[in-house]
Unconditional design. Sequence first.
Length: 294
Amino acid sequence: SLPTEFAEPVRLAFIGGTGLYHLESLTPVAKLTVSTPWGFPSSPITISKTADGFPIAFLARHGIHHDLLPTDVPSRANIAALKKLGVNTIVAFSAVGSLQQHIKPRDFVVPNQVIDRTKGNRPSTFFEHGFVAHAMFGEPFDLKLNKIIADTCQDVLKGDNVKLHTRETEKSDLTLICMEGPAFSTRAESRLYKSWGGSVINMSCIPESKLAREAEIAYQMICMSTDYDAWNESEEPVTVETVVGNLSANSANAHLVAEKLVTVLEPKIKSGEVGLDYQHSMKFSVSTKEKGRN
Ligand code: ADE
């Protein structure tokens, strides 16, 4: 069995979504059950190492047996557990529906904007109990990481018939709608999101990305399109079968992307080029006044 303790800091973490419960190219060297003030994360965190000993964490967002609804994912525990290990860079994978004809099922999307359509019942801040802070979230993803991931995906998916959609390829914002679920959208909702300029839709980006920002961690989500949601009447409306079928066909690409990303990110994280953009950012986000004054 794997060791349950890990002494050195781990800087890079992957979070796997539907259809991605471990990363094949990584051989686990430890399996950690991490306790946090917000409870336990969705799954044990596995640690792997590159050939030169750089550690990487992996967490399965919905649990390794996919038994957590999007609403019930313990995002605060997930982000706090990764922070506790020393993580400063998170690459999160997610299955998404496409809201645009040219974003086909099985395409990869690196979004740079988010619209929160969750219903307000997911704990989405670490700041409470008389302590108020407002994290900056105008850019919900780390721009440096966004660019590196977009370039790496472009390299890996080159020649494949899977297309990559990034801010550069679209020449405009790529907007991810995050809905509550667990039921998929109605056709009218789907068209509404499309009219808002939404590119893709999932149930997982919020509050995960917000909490990562509060934890001063660089975060980017990589979306894998599995269906045309409900707006596209010429296609069958989305079912779990479509989502899971396309994702498992696609997971080979996710593994390739993750494998390549590790080699690209390792030196950049080690040198501090990646992972430090939001370090100390919350210092300027706290509104609570020092008690005892005024
Ligand atoms: N995840 C995958 N496909 C989705 C869809 N159409 N809506 C919301 N989440 C999804």
